[in-house]
Design a protein around this ligand. Structure first.
Ligand SMILES: *Cc1c(COP(=O)(O)O)cnc(C)c1O
Length: 381
């Protein structure tokens, strides 16, 4: 018997109701019925993002949505400040380069957050900067940055703020309108509890002004102007991954019925319990400002990362992610997103403990589960 338990920070566990919805016989996508589904999902996404901005549902993963946004928001003469503190933020700089968009990389050591004061400093020194690109929760290092403070700076200096909220939207406190996020991007396979294949964007009127006036430079497939025109009719420019949109309606209902603040609390509780477990197991965290949506653990010597993940996977069906680039083999990452709760988290911690113990890490077996359990009991979850 093998039960799959996804604790990877994407894809995450999809609830059965959504899987069943997507397995039902389907209609054509150019129908009044499907338009109604799109309209409903769009309104529900606005509730999740806490925004009145227009929302686009894009077929393609989060990267596609980000590519369309970056290209659209940077006409000739613009310049992006790319805040880079991990693998995903690095990718956004590469997209700028690919399209010949002028950009400055504000590089921070992996594991550290973006310092809003440094962003302010760059903006003050370089008047040609027109936008700031930042990752709210850098999944590669499990680090959260202070998006609210960065948003405040962007508003003060009238710069567009493009935020990758792929592992924050639907998991961490995120207030798009209050924080002044001009383009919020997320994807389907993280906190929104679906398989991969959809990207989402919430675009402010300020950003639309720039995108609309940008006649020269757009991605062909993810062209925001075209997507917007269709979205106004609750439609899409090309064939959408419409089964995913159907599943989306189900997962958005689950999140909204739980209550957005309760979702944030559940995720924060699982993260806090996991951090308490790490400390009790004598395992260090990689991040200096841990995000609640994902936790990165330094793999303690003499444990070998590949063996650890293999044991978790083969013995317990538990999938953790590894590290990328320079931190490959040094960390493992565990998600707190998706259709999971305190009991699932306790199970994952128990399997993690078992594997660490078997692979030679020295600590008191059971200490991790006990510490996590204590946090859950204190929080009533
Ligand atoms: C998952 C993720 C992405 C998107 O990656 P895709 O491969 O396009 O799904 C981007 N940024 C962050 C922070 C992510 O966690």
């Amino acid at each position: 018997m093998k039960k799959i338990r996804l604790f990877t920070p994407g894809p995450c566990t999809v609830p059965e109701e959504a899987l069943l919805e997507m397995a039902r016989p389907f209609e054509h996508h150019r129908t009044a019925w499907f338009k109604e589904v799109i309209k409903d999902c769009t309104e529900k996404l606005q509730k999740i993002f806490l925004t009145t901005n227009e929302v686009l549902i894009i077929t393609g993963s989060g990267t596609a949505a980000m590519e369309g946004a970056i290209v659209g928001c940077h006409p000739a003469g613009s310049k992006a400040l790319v805040c880079e503190n991990g693998k995903f933020s690095e990718r956004w700089g590469l997209i700028c380069d690919q399209y010949g968009i002028a950009n400055m990389r504000c590089k921070v050591e992996w594991g550290k957050p973006i310092d809003p004061a440094v962003v302010a400093d760059h903006i003050a020194k370089d008047k040609s900067i027109t936008s700031v690109i930042v990752v709210h929760s850098e999944t590669s290092t499990a680090t959260a940055s202070d998006l609210e403070a960065i948003g405040k700076i962007c508003r003060q200096h009238n710069k567009l703020l493009l935020a990758d909220c792929i592992t924050s939207a639907g998991a961490l406190p995120l207030r798009t309108d209050d924080w002044g996020v001009d383009v919020l991007i997320t994807g389907s396979q993280k906190a929104l509890m679906l398989p991969p294949g959809l990207g989402f964007a919430a675009v402010s009127p300020r950003a639309w002004e720039v995108i609309e006036a940008n006649k020269a430079q757009h991605s062909f497939y993810v062209n925001y102007n075209k997507a917007r025109k269709s979205a106004k009719q609750s439609d899409t420019p090309y064939t959408p991954a419409h089964l995913l949109v159907r599943g989306l309606r189900v997962t958005l209902d689950l999140l909204l019925n739980e209550g957005l603040e309760n979702v944030w609390k559940r995720v924060a509780g699982m993260a806090a319990a996991t951090r308490a477990a790490a400390s009790a197991m004598n395992v260090q965290l990689f991040s200096q400002r841990p995000a609640d949506s994902v936790t990165a653990f330094n793999v303690p010597a003499p444990v070998v990362e590949k063996e650890l993940r293999k044991m978790l996977r083969e013995k317990f069906g538990i999938h953790f992610a590894g590290g990328q680039d320079a931190i490959e083999g040094k960390i493992v990452r565990m998600s707190h997103m998706g259709f999971i709760d305190s009991i699932d988290t306790l199970g994952a911690i128990a399997a993690f403990e078992h594997s660490l113990h078997k692979l030679g890490h020295n600590f008191t077996l059971g200490a991790g589960v006990a510490a996590a359990q204590k946090v859950f009991v204190e929080r009533g979850m």
